[in-house]
Design a protein around this ligand. Structure first.
Ligand SMILES: Cc1ncc(COP(=O)(O)O)c(C=O)c1O
Length: 379
């Protein structure tokens, strides 16, 4: 494996006070809901000792989301739970997530409801997939840059697809403006007045961390020192922070994003929500210019650090993880690139309280098949 020196000018933010911020644990009904889905199984937590040696850490584990509930990315955890909560609320069961079976029974064949989402790939495919399982129509909006393969995957789930010649943030605005009445918008970012569904999406991600806690316990490991999450609009990082600020041992949480779409790092450094211009990246799911309104206060209070990485670093990480037998697309592998960008600097290691004995978990949120640009498909 080749280990390239990491660009020391990469964007970086650190907050020494974040570790003392606390949250309450979520209830276990979220995991029960996911267990009720067809094909549910915990995804693997894979030890990568060769990588641990190259970054001078005690252990590195990769949470491999390349096959989650029949799809090549983690997004269905949030989409499925949020869809169930949103539809349950419309069926007078506002306080719980009915199983898909019960939803199908209660909706019947004459339901006028349909689902909609804006996406740059994975989230929209997950919404379309769950709509299909429920027998509901779905309309998915994507920016022009999304690949043919991603568009085909969404259409293959039975959804109607609209391709818009505008950036992702504007696609979200469009989906928002046309989704009214019986059209339920399932969007993974929040704005004023639209908070319940994005929060349920974030809550749905918690199942991944509950699995990790269990898998580490089973491996005889009682704590983790650093958890690394890829960030687009920051909802996933929000879920990571919310979970790991409620656990007994409190790890550092690091967010990683492309240097061409640094909305989280830029906002945290500016001390206020700051939209950034974005440019093309192989980390397609992370190509977002605006942090979610819901994520922002959580990230500001409880995120230890944020770093940006270049496409070339993410590409190296995809190949290095593949060599270790882990199927990780550029968004997922950005966590290894981000970890390297931190662990190669003694001052950054020290700021996060890391030693050569530390335990790291990289959240590899997609497999190579999820990458809308097909990056890494030939590895
Ligand atoms: C594979 C993958 N990882 C990570 C993310 C980042 O999630 P968020 O936009 O909630 O920060 C996304 C978002 O689409 C994604 O598709």
């Amino acid at each position: 494996m080749t280990v390239k020196p990491v660009d020391s000018t990469a964007g970086w933010y650190v907050n020494a006070a974040a570790r003392s911020w606390r949250t309450s644990p979520l209830d276990s009904t979220i995991r029960e809901f996911h267990r009720s889905l067809p094909g549910y199984a915990p995804t693997p937590l894979v030890a990568v000792p060769e990588i641990a040696a190259t970054v001078n850490m005690g252990s590195v584990f990769v949470k491999d989301e390349s096959q989650r509930l029949g799809l090549p990315a983690f997004k269905i955890l949030g989409a499925s739970y949020a869809i169930s909560r949103a539809l349950s609320a419309r069926l007078d069961a506002a306080d719980r997530a009915l199983s898909l079976e019960e939803l199908r029974d209660r909706l019947g064949s004459s339901s006028k409801l349909s689902l909609a989402a804006a996406t740059d790939g994975n989230h929209g495919r997950a919404v379309a997939h769950v709509a299909n399982l429920l027998g509901l129509p779905a309309t998915i909006y994507v920016p022009d840059g999304v690949s043919q393969a991603a568009k085909h995957a969404i259409v293959g789930e039975g959804a109607t697809l609209f391709v818009l010649d505008v950036p992702y943030d504007d696609v979200v605005q469009h989906a928002k403006s046309v989704s009214t009445g019986d059209v339920v918008l399932i969007q993974d970012t929040a704005w004023s007045g639209y908070e319940d569904i994005p929060q349920w999406i974030v809550d749905g991600y918690d199942t991944m961390f509950a699995e990790i806690d269990e898998q580490l316990r089973e491996a005889g490991i009682d704590h983790v020192d650093l958890v690394v999450a890829p960030s687009g609009v920051g909802s996933f990082a929000q879920a990571v922070v919310a979970h790991y600020r409620s656990t007994e041992h409190v790890p550092a949480v690091l967010s990683v994003e492309p240097d061409t779409a640094s909305s989280v790092t830029s906002s945290l450094n500016a001390g206020q929500l700051t939209s950034v211009f974005t440019a093309d990246t192989i980390m397609t799911g992370l190509n977002c210019g605006t942090v979610s309104d819901l994520a922002w206060p959580i990230l500001q209070a409880g995120l230890d650090a944020s770093v940006t990485v270049a496409d070339s670093d993410a590409a190296d990480a995809v190949r290095d993880l593949a060599q270790q037998g882990v199927d990780s697309g550029p968004c997922g592998a950005s966590t290894l690139a981000g970890a390297r960008a931190v662990l190669s600097h003694p001052d950054r290691r020290a700021a996060l309280g890391l030693t050569t004995e530390s335990v790291i978990v990289l959240l590899s949120t997609e497999g190579r098949a999820a990458n809308p640009k097909g990056f890494g498909s030939t590895i």
